[in-house]
Design a protein around this ligand. Structure first.
Ligand code: MN
Length: 190
């Protein structure tokens, strides 16, 4: 199976001024593409030759896992953005209120997980085995699917996600990031 770079679900300027088209050109056009190419170069001759991306994430280790997870994580990240921010509604809002007390408190806790993730990684909103929302963070290419959790939203906190726009100021990136979340898409993933 040959994996391909999914096109961005919006124009490269769509996330401005939070994420510039310049960042997109590197992050989607170079970093995300490199993970796709690396994966396609690594899997021939292995038992993952005909696996889906999810199967590889669940079963692989090392470079194959890292590149497969980074392909998945980035596609998931892009698809969760491109909205107008604001707040979720309906069932998703109710679940957030039940798990975290309020949407504002959820944002504080999620931002904290994103900012405090040491080095490269991802902050996640996931549904656990009991059906409850949980905030988690993973390092490097880590993906909550490995822990039996169902991701519904993520924030990439690798420096390449924000350095051109915010330099070292990860907290400013995470704060601005709320303005471009596509909550309708996040709700669809429940
Ligand atoms: Mn990234």
């Amino acid at each position: 199976m040959k994996f391909e770079l999914p096109p961005l679900p919006y124009a490269p300027q769509a996330l401005e001024p939070v994420i510039s088209a310049n960042t997109i050109s590197f992050h989607h056009g170079k970093h995300h593409l490199a993970y796709v190419n690396n994966l396609n170069n690594l899997i021939p001759g292995t038992r993952f030759e005909n696996s889906t991306l999810e199967q590889i994430i669940l079963e692989a280790e090392g470079g194959i896992f890292n590149n497969a997870a980074q392909v998945w994580n980035h596609t998931f990240y892009w698809e969760g953005l491109g909205g107008k921010g604001g707040a979720p509604t309906g069932k998703l809002l109710q679940m957030i209120n039940d798990a975290f007390g309020s949407f504002d408190q959820f944002k504080v806790l999620f931002a904290d997980a994103a900012v405090k993730q040491f080095g490269s990684g991802w902050a996640w909103l996931v549904v656990d085995a009991a059906g409850k929302l949980v905030i988690t963070a993973t390092s490097n290419a880590g993906n909550p699917l490995r822990e039996g959790l169902k991701p519904i939203f993520t924030c990439d906190v690798w420096e390449h996600a924000y350095y051109l726009d915010f330099q070292n100021r990860r907290p400013d990136y995470v704060k601005a990031f709320w303005d471009i979340v596509n909550w309708e898409k996040v709700a669809e993933r429940l």
